[in-house]
Write a protein that binds this ligand. Structure first.
Ligand SMILES: Nc1ncnc2c1ncn2[C@@H]1O[C@H](COP(=O)(O)OP(=O)(O)OP(=O)(O)O)[C@@H](O)[C@H]1O
Length: 680
């Protein structure tokens, strides 16, 4: 069936016709449903007075059902329209064992069935059979279904590029041409937001996407290895595979900032899924602190590190990012259990509640978080006194007990205990708590809160996705592990840390989640070989495997002065505007520098992205390396690449992140002496 390219083109027309018909039928159904809905509402309105409660409830339920069906139909129509533009991207002819003739399986973004013949015309890329396309070339192959493994033979494999309903090309996979299609995809200029990669998912990526069993999946991948893309496709896969038990609203993405969240926001809707709730780490922290405690943000912490070298500040951060610190916090919790109670008899009127009774009751509730035990023990004491006196207690007596029981313990507020922790350590100077907490104290405080008070928020979350895992500390992970007992996908790259004093590697995360499956990805897709090799000069990684794609050598351009450099950048922007590229990122080390460049270049269409920005912008963007993390641009300019700007370990991380954002072209500019990080 459909052996030649001509036959394929004709078949495409047949499929498009069927899709058009399905859209028409869907329209008709939607029209009918909305008419029925309107009639039902009118009927209700007119007969309101004659209907009893049960009738009203039934009518409301039926209206809700109709509205829901209407929404589904609209969603389905949207998918059909998308399919009409590009119905499928792959085909495999598969003969299951024992069958001579293979049958063609066309694979697309969504499935499409011929309702009349009950025949699958297009299979969703996430369907079990579609995994054949990603995992095998011609020859013996197998795929797993919920009912077992199906073995067989792939006799033909093709890839298509269909755009606006037209077949742009068709490739026969008798050699490994997968790379060919991938090359074409990667050579394109960037989209305004992150895009889907369903047509070119690679085998190792597919294994991560389709992993159904890992309770915690840790993806450690080099810059541009597709971690974020894979994680989002994995979510789409899990939503499809477990659609009976998990919906988009049950997933939570923790993203590093709002711009990144906006940048990735298109992927899941493109894949036909609803929008997934997301939270920035600081929003999560504020929630877990009941919005009662102001704190420094991670951006502010990193900016402070970049602006001033402050050894005491660095020491505080480093200490609080260590495993040792987490273990000290745990030891402190044991210590206060054993040492901060003052056992004594409690007198209520003429009744004496013996200290042994109090001690025993506190022991009974040892599974309850410490600061939550007081009201429970107070109730036990009230019962004791009532029993002893044989009468009801007065309100005064009740409140005496309510106040006296907590007094048996030394502290009652988590922040007091947090401060005491440093005294217990013998290092009170490690806590700087002015008007607001330092960022390094935010999660330790939350951790104490969790252990001492318990927090029950976020229990509804069934899958947690954490990006930029290298930026979070052991205490942060200890918090995440306690707040989210669900399955998790955690991804990042330790080479892209923006704060080397607080970063975590996959190994660190494995210590916290011993049940984790760790996957390492070394193939880099984003940048040309030249850009990847250049970035290796800053932070070498012998394991990185750049995809064979070439472009211009990155340029390091010297200027005589800052004015000349800014003028040079203006000219580079003009060249960019005349090129066919879509996005240019001008990536600075600090916010101050980014603002300075923005002021110097001020022109319509040049956007400054800061930590306060909430959306990703197309065109020319000026920003910091910290904010650019996770984003990508056709071209990148790194201004002020001098020895004065890039000196410390943190600076070096920033430079690496900035350079690895470039897909096709990279230019570094400076005046004075070039940074030594580029001299290797
Ligand atoms: N299989 C693939 N097919 C096509 N494009 C791919 C594939 N894998 C990755 N890419 C592309 O490579 C680029 C990098 O992907 P992504 O941003 O997901 O990587 P990352 O590992 O999260 O990067 P970083 O950590 O550097 O931010 C994107 O443009 C993505 O579309």
């Amino acid at each position: 069936m459909n052996a030649t390219e001509q036959e394929e083109k004709e078949y495409l027309e047949v499929i498009k016709e069927k899709l058009t018909l399905a859209i028409r039928r869907g329209d008709e159904a939607v029209r009918q449903q909305s008419n029925e809905l309107r009639e039902k509402k009118e009927y209700l309105h007119e007969h309101q007075s004659g209907l009893d409660d049960a009738d009203m409830v039934a009518a409301e339920q039926s209206i809700n059902r109709m509205a829901f069906a209407g929404d589904l139909a609209v969603g389905q129509k949207r998918k059909l329209f998308k399919l009409l533009q590009s119905p499928y991207f792959g085909r495999i002819d598969f003969a299951p064992q024992g069958q001579k003739t293979p049958w063609p399986v066309y694979i697309g973004m969504y499935s499409f069935t011929d309702e009349q013949r009950r025949q699958g015309l297009i299979f969703d890329w996430r369907a079990p059979i579609s995994s054949l396309f990603y995992d095998f070339e011609l020859g013996a192959a197998e795929y797993t279904t919920p009912n077992g493994t199906i073995k067989g033979n792939i006799e033909r494999k093709r890839q298509y590029k269909i755009r606006d309903g037209r077949m742009e090309f068709m490739l026969e996979n008798d050699v490994n041409i997968h790379d060919d299609v991938l090359q074409r995809e990667l050579a394109k200029s960037s989209d305004d937001k992150m895009k889907t990669i369903v047509a070119t998912i690679q085998r190792d990526q597919n294994a991560v996407i389709r992993n159904e069993t890992a309770p915690v999946m840790v993806i450690q991948g080099v810059a541009g290895s597709g971690k974020t893309s894979i994680a989002l496709h994995r979510i789409a896969f899990l939503l499809y595979r477990f659609r009976e038990t998990i919906a988009a609203k049950d997933v939570l993405i923790i993203s590093p900032n709002k711009v990144f969240a906006d940048y990735i926001s298109n992927v899941l809707p493109e894949l036909g899924e609803d929008h997934i709730p997301e939270l920035v780490m600081e929003e999560l922290a504020a929630d877990l602190l009941n919005h009662e405690q102001p704190f420094q943000t991670f951006f502010e912490q990193v900016n402070a590190l970049l602006e001033h070298h402050n050894p005491a500040f660095i020491e505080r951060i480093q200490f609080k990012s260590s495993f040792e610190f987490l273990s000290q916090l745990n030891q402190y919790l044991v210590y206060i259990e054993n040492n901060y109670y003052t056992w004594q008899d409690l007198r209520v009127g003429n009744t004496v509640v013996p200290s042994a009774f109090l001690q025993a009751k506190f022991k009974t509730y040892h599974r309850v978080p410490l600061l939550k035990r007081f009201p429970l023990v107070a109730q036990e004491v009230r019962d004791y006194v009532r029993h002893a006196t044989g009468r009801k207690l007065s309100n005064g007596e009740k409140s005496t007990i309510g106040e006296a029981v907590p007094r048996l313990f030394k502290f009652h507020q988590v922040p007091e205990l947090y401060r005491d922790f440093y005294r217990w350590l013998g290092r009170p100077e490690l806590l700087k708590m002015d008007q607001r907490l330092e960022y390094a104290d935010v999660f330790p405080l939350i951790y104490l809160r969790l252990r001492l008070e318990g927090i029950s928020a976020f229990e509804h979350v069934k899958h947690l996705l954490v990006d930029e895992m290298q930026d979070y500390t052991p205490v942060q992970y200890a918090v995440l592990s306690r707040v989210f007992s669900c399955r998790k996908t955690i991804l990042g790259d330790v080479s892209q840390t923006v704060n080397p004093y607080s970063s975590s590697s996959a190994e660190t995360i494995e210590r916290i989640f011993p049940q984790a499956e760790v996957v390492k990805l070394y193939r880099s897709y984003r940048s040309t070989i030249e850009i990847t090799a250049f970035a290796q000069r800053i932070t070498p990684n012998p394991n990185i495997l750049p995809l064979e794609r070439h472009g211009p050598e990155p340029a390091i351009t010297q200027f005589a002065s800052q004015e000349a450099e800014l003028q040079g950048i203006k000219e580079l922007i003009m060249v960019f505007l005349a090129s066919g590229n879509h996005s240019l990122g001008i990536i600075c080390k600090t916010r101050r520098q980014a603002t300075q460049v923005h002021q110097a270049l001020e022109a319509p269409g040049i956007h400054l992205l800061t930590a306060d920005s909430t959306t990703f912008k197309e065109g020319v963007i000026i920003t910091t390396a910290h904010l650019a993390k996770g984003l990508e641009f056709d071209e990148v300019i790194v201004p002020f690449a001098s020895a004065r700007t890039y000196r410390t370990e943190v600076d070096k991380s920033m430079l690496y992140v900035a350079c690895t954002r470039a897909m096709h072209q990279l230019t570094l500019t400076y005046w004075g002496v070039v940074t030594s990080f580029l001299s290797a």
